[in-house]
Design a binder for this molecule. Structure first.
Ligand code: HAM
Length: 425
């Protein structure tokens, strides 16, 4: 036998059985972002390496250890994008999107690449859906972005989520925050890992994000960053939490939430799930007021978030009512060859109304139809045999509880509407 090949470590095939969840998440996101007046943008999968070194920060784990970087045949240093914010900002600047309107609200969806240690919910190729609001410095913009994330996850039916929020200050108060942190961390520096020691002088905030278990133990009793914020940052933070509180969004303040990318200023937040295990962050984001100018554009405040589709799929699959979340399958069972043409007509009407239907014309006896419907995980079976043809009816069987009822042949669409709501198509 010839050699069998497998996917590279940290990547996976997304098989047809999982695809309905992906479609469901992607299409719900697109419709919901539309309600907030966001537009899609698509950027290349690879970019010049310097974009990420400058944008994400050269002292971050992503840039130091996790990038897929290569030299192409023209001797250019290129990197498979590890995240979507820096590329989007690059596109915003390159295409002068800032000149078209004061505020740009953009979203993206696609694969990202990080050379991380693979485990459940952590891959080397994963997919993000992200939103970025550029040009609005007001705290309401942060609140709207957080509210949009919560709204989306509510809409998707993802339960067990909570919002964690913090402020990491701005150019004015960051040096004060860093000095206080250094005073505290300095007492135990010799016990911290190599990365923390290296980052102590230039990026002490990064130490709060260190994943090393020993380092984490030395962070208890750390001074609360928020006590060192300047007035403007304190006001900004209070407004953001006030706005989201007003909407009834439940949140916790975590003074150690700095996140793994260097571009954040002021607000940082995560939406975590109690159903994801160790990799519990479903969504992460925050404000990044310095990034656009750092990447060569005009000074432009910005805020956004991204979430991992794989992690959203994992939560959906855990939910017992996940069947409700994807367009349910209806199985059309003609009993007897003579009924096939009429069934073909009916499934055409049902599909045009947006429901998912399988017509099995190769089988003509009820028993094998029901076996097949079970195998396909159908929710409803529409049975049409000689008796039904004579009476102008269709027999509807619910596969969940095996109940059956007779429905007028011309009233099947009304029945489906009552059973499932409007078709998704
Ligand atoms: P991030 O926290 O690095 O933020 O990633 C956001 C989300 O992507 C995570 O919460 C997680 O769901 C998913 N994710 C990250 N790494 C992996 C992985 N190795 N495997 C599976 N899923 C993963 C950012 O990327 C920022 N660009 C977010 C942002 C947008 N901030 C402002 N705007």
């Amino acid at each position: 036998m010839s050699q069998k090949y497998t996917v590279p470590r940290g990547t996976k095939d997304i098989l047809p059985s999982e695809i309905p969840f992906w479609h469901y998440i992607e299409s719900s996101s697109r419709s919901l972002f539309g309600l907030y007046n966001y537009q899609e943008i698509r950027t290349p999968i690879f970019e010049h390496t310097e974009l990420f070194e400058r944008g994400i920060g050269d002292a971050t784990d992503i840039v130091e250890k996790e990038m897929y970087t290569f030299t192409d045949k023209g001797n250019r240093r290129l990197t498979l994008r590890p995240e979507g914010t820096a590329p989007l900002v690059r596109a915003y600047v390159q295409n002068s999107i800032y000149a078209k309107s004061k505020v740009a609200k953009l979203y993206y969806c696609g694969p990202m690449f990080r050379y991380e240690r693979p485990q459940s919910g952590r891959y080397r190729q994963f997919h993000q859906i992200g939103v970025e609001c550029l040009g609005n410095a007001l705290p309401i913009a942060d609140a709207e972005v957080i509210a949009m994330g919560v709204h989306l996850f509510d809409e998707l039916g993802l339960s067990g989520l909570s919002v964690t929020i913090n402020s990491v200050g701005c150019a004015v108060c960051r040096p004060v925050i860093e000095e206080r942190l250094k005073q505290f961390i300095g007492m135990n520096l010799e016990n911290l890992c190599e990365d923390c020691n290296r980052r102590f002088d230039s990026r002490p905030l990064r130490i709060l994000d260190c994943k090393n278990v020993t380092c984490k133990t030395y962070m208890t009793g750390l001074p609360d960053i928020r006590n060192s914020l300047c007035h403007e940052c304190t006001d900004h933070f209070n407004y953001v939490v006030g706005y989201i509180d007003n909407l009834g969004i439940r949140f916790q303040i975590n003074p150690q939430l700095v996140r793994g990318l260097d571009y954040y200023t002021r607000t940082t937040f995560e939406i975590v799930s109690d159903q994801l295990g160790a990799q519990n962050a479903l969504c992460g984001g925050g404000r990044y007021d310095g990034l656009v100018s750092q990447l060569g554009g005009p000074a432009t405040p910005a805020v956004g978030f991204a979430f991992g589709i794989e992690r959203a799929v994992m939560i959906l699959q855990e939910l017992s009512d996940y069947h409700q979340k994807v367009n349910p399958l209806i199985y059309m069972a003609p009993v007897g060859f003579d009924q096939v043409a009429k069934c073909f007509l009916l499934v055409d009407r049902i599909r045009r109304a947006g429901y998912r239907v399988e017509l099995e014309a190769g089988k003509t006896d009820l028993k094998s139809h029901l076996k097949q419907a079970d195998k396909l995980d159908a929710r409803l079976v529409l049975i049409y045999g000689e008796t039904e043809a004579e009476q102008g009816n269709i027999l509807v069987r619910r596969m969940t509880d095996r109940t059956q009822e007779s429905v007028d042949f011309d009233a099947v669409l009304e029945f489906l509407l009552a059973e499932f709501g409007p078709g998704h198509g």
